[in-house]
Structures are given as C-alpha cells and as structure tokens.
Design a protein around this ligand. Sequence first.
Ligand SMILES: *[C@@H]1O[C@H](CO)[C@@H](O)[C@H](O)[C@H]1NC(C)=O
Ligand SMILES: *[C@@H]1O[C@H](CO)[C@@H](O)[C@H](O)[C@H]1NC(C)=O
Ligand SMILES: *[C@@H]1O[C@H](CO)[C@@H](O)[C@H](O)[C@H]1NC(C)=O
Ligand SMILES: *[C@@H]1O[C@H](CO)[C@@H](O)[C@H](O)[C@H]1NC(C)=O
Length: 517
Amino acid sequence: MVLLAAAVCTRSGKALVSRQFVEMIKSRIEGLLAAFPKLLTGGRQHTFVETESVRYVYQPLDKVYMLLITTKASNILEDLETLRLFSRVIPEYCRSMEESEIQENAFNLIFAFDEIVALGYRESVNLAQIRTFVEMDSHEEKVYRAVRETQEREAKTKMKEKAKELQRKRYEESKRGGKSPGFSSSSGGFGNSSGFGSSNNFTSSSTVSESITTVPQETRSSLVRPSGPNRAMKLGSKAKDVDSFVDQLKSEGEQVTSANDSSTKMAPVSTPQVDMEPVHVVLSEDIVVRAGRDGGLHNMEVQGILKLRISDPEHGMIRIQVENQDTRPIQLQTHPNVDRELWRSCSQIGMKMANKPFPPNTDVGVLKWRFQTSDDTFIPISINCWPQENGAGGCDVNIEYTLENTDMELTDVTITIPLASGAPPPIINDCEGEHEYDRVHCALIWRIPVIDQNASSAAMDFTARGNPDNFFPVRVNFSSTKSYCNLKVSGVLSIKDSAPVIYSSETCLKTNLYEID
Ligand SMILES: *[C@@H]1O[C@H](CO)[C@@H](O)[C@H](O)[C@H]1NC(C)=O
Ligand SMILES: *[C@@H]1O[C@H](CO)[C@@H](O)[C@H](O)[C@H]1NC(C)=O
Ligand SMILES: *[C@@H]1O[C@H](CO)[C@@H](O)[C@H](O)[C@H]1NC(C)=O
Ligand SMILES: *[C@@H]1O[C@H](CO)[C@@H](O)[C@H](O)[C@H]1NC(C)=O
C-alpha cells in the first residue's frame, strides 16, 4: 500500500482522527502529525510536503487539515484525487469543521475512511456508496454490542457460581481438616488473558468460560473496530485487485506499444555502477514544476537532500566539506544532530556531539535544501505545445522543447502528450527523437535519451483528433546525474587529524511532477 494513513488534525498538528493502513505505533503517527505543521511554509497554497521518509498530501478545511500520509513512491496525482474524496466525506458527517464536532463523529469518519480504501480509492467511489457501507457497519456494530453484553452477563453469573463452588469446596475441605488449597491452584483458566477481546469467536461460549476473570476488567478501546480483522482482509484483497488490475493494464500497454514500435524502442540507459567507498555521499534532488501552456511558470520547487552512508564504523568520525556556489536563494537546513556552528562558520557537516561518530550502515540525511520560485528564468526546460484546429475534427500539434538552463544535462527524457480519449492513433508528421503511442493511456510519448547544451532543442509535429484542450497537461519526466542547485561535496575530513578521507559520491536529480497545463 502506498497510503499509510488518513487523518484529520488541527492546525497545530494535534490528531483528531487518524486511521492507519499499515502497522504503525501511536507515537509514530502522532509524531508525524505533530511534525506536519512545521513543514508548512507560509504564503503559497501547496498541496503536499515531503520529508525524508513520507509525503503529506493535505487540504485545509477551515480550522483543520485533512491529511493523507503516503510513501514517497506513490503517485501524487492519484493521491490528490484520493484526498479530494476524503475531504468530501467530512462535511457528510460533521456539521462544522470544529474540533469537537470532528471528535464527536470520529467513529463515522473512520468507518468512511475505511470504506474509501476498501472500495478501492482509485476508482470513483461516490458518497452514497460510502454512506451505505458505513450504515451497514453500524448495524454490525449494534449486533456485536448486544452479543457482548449478553456474554458479559453470562460470564458474571458463571463467575459467581464458580466462586460459590470454590467456597463450598474450601469449607468442606476445612471441615475434613485438610489444608486449604490456594485459589490459584484450582483455577485452571484463570488469569489467562486470551479472552474474547482479542479473539473474534465471541459467540463461542467455551471461550467465555475460559477467560472469566478477564471479562469484568475488559475495556475494549472504543476506537477499535469490531469488524477489524474482516476489514483488514477486505482491504488486502481489494488492494490486490487494484494491483493486479494495474499490472494487467501495464502489460497491455507494453503489448500495444511494442507491437508497432519495436524497432524504435530505446535501449535502456545503463546507470553507471558507483564504486562505493566506506564513506559514500548521495546528493539527491526532486523537482516539481507547474507551468502554463502560454509559457508562464506557476511554481517550481526543488528539494534536495545530502545523505551519508558509512559502511565501515571505523570511518564514522568525519566531517563533510560542502561548497555552496549557488547564487539563488536556496534554503538550507541541517539535521538537528549536526553541529550548526560548524556549518555556519565553515560549511562543514559534523556531529553536534564531537566525540560521536555518524551512525554506520544506514543512510543518514544530514542536510536538506529547498528552492522555490515562480520566476520563469529558472525553469530547466520549456515546452511549447501548440495545437491548431485543422477544421477536420482534429488538430495539428506542434510541440518543441528548449533546454533553458544549459548547465543541465537531462537523461531519459519523456514528454507525454495526452490525446482525446477514443481517438485513433495520431499521425506523426515529423519527429526528432523517438515516439510511442500509448493506447491504454491515450497518450503520445516522445522520448529523448539526452538533452544538453549540444542538443538543447527539438520539435515534433503530429495530427490527431480532438480539440486543443485535449493535448494538455503535457508531462515531462527526466533524470540527471547533475544537481540543479549548485551544491557540492568538496571533501571529507577525519576529525582526528583533519586528513582527507577517501569517499565516493553520487548525484541524482529526478522529476517528481513536471506539468504544462
Ligand atoms: C493461556 O492459555 C493458553 C492456552 O490454554 C496457554 O497456552 C497459555 O500459556 C496461557 N497463558 C497464560 C498467561 O497462562
Ligand atoms: C499500429 O499497428 C496497427 C496495426 O498494424 C495500425 O493500425 C496502427 O496505425 C499502428 N499505430 C501506430 C501508432 O503506428
Ligand atoms: C558538445 O559539443 C562540443 C563541440 O562539438 C564537444 O566538444 C563536447 O564534447 C560536446 N558535449 C557533449 C556533452 O556532448
Ligand atoms: C513519468 O513519471 C511518472 C511518475 O514517476 C510515471 O508514473 C510515468 O509513468 C512516467 N512516464 C513515462 C512516460 O515514463
């Protein structure tokens, strides 16, 4: 699953309702929610933020946030769709977005959240369906409660009887002059807490009598769902259905595209094998661009992280020299365990506790940076997509790209142009690079292995059915082994004697979302 949790929290990150879809301890989810408001930067309306480990997709609703926590590998566009659905169910159950109102309806919200997931959140589930299922669940719950009350009554009666019997036995034994046996030795099933609270067989009376002593104290958390295990199974199987459906689609897509285009398939670009030294540094960046079809940049955000991987504990006592030659206003932030003074005074990254080594055998994110702008001049690559109606129910589409930032080298570039659904395959009049028709997703994919200073622009020209709006949003994917921000590791030093330490490094930049709409 890519959806880790769905929650409603206050502006300060206090959880009002949270439903986790993976194993997660309470403190972890509370920590994630508490961290969330701190990640928000004021000003512009964003829809998601990311940390090193998770992505938050959120929507402000008056005084609260509807929030999804997903893995970073999940598809942001799908997540936004899902978020919209989650947000819509809240007003269904709550009259206002007040804290108290949300808390009062926490049960129903959790049930509704479960239904969204159980019904397969990628499909369009409507509110009526969710409501029906929630009502059915409430019925299930009433039945469950009734059964439980009966059981508790029965158990109490049985316990009284048993106690009486024991008393009688003791009395008889003492009459016979024997020693009084302790309560415990004769109480076979007592004290065993595998009561029906944790079991689903609450109708079996044998379970009840086995666990008599646990019954009265049993306080089942009201937030635990009676039909929990069933729900989990339902979720699992649905998720699997969705997965296999997606797989099927994918394999269809491959068949479709390979049938025609087998000769033009691009050879996979082999990623260079990085020889890893005991000290390895990874600079990775993620880029999000939203641009307008008329050329304006709506928003661009680059998020980067410097990770350190020490595979030999002997090499943990080090400092990393970073060079920031960027003139743009890049926000940098060091990990809390990193010595801030050292960073400020000489751009070195070292542990705050000078006698402590960096932890070995794990990726440690030590420095993060962020660059956000809406200034056109910062865009890496511009796309000019120009559909012109041809008077025959279709358009002649001219599309060209230009590498605006000629310091960059983009590899494995794909430019995906949507086509009107159900339209026949487009007619390609002219294309520099390779193209592929994706029948399943109704799109034309333009592939360019490398875009750099020497090959900074190219064009394609095709004719397809549809109106100009059908050819947007155009999406671009690329990766690069050069970073966007001009940030470099220029050396690694041993703390002991400031001698240089041999290290290996790796840089990767990839698009998270690059959209022209
Ligand atoms: C509870 O009962 C089960 C099965 O009778 C037994 O295996 C287990 O050891 C018992 N646990 C305790 C704490 O007595
Ligand atoms: C793919 O092949 C089919 C049948 O051979 C043909 O009708 C169709 O036009 C081709 N599509 C493209 C994009 O070349
Ligand atoms: C770009 O072209 C120049 C001159 O033709 C050449 O020396 C250089 O290696 C090329 N750069 C790349 C990245 O191909
Ligand atoms: C572009 O990237 C997205 C997200 O990583 C992915 O879902 C999509 O399939 C990619 N498009 C192409 C044409 O590879």
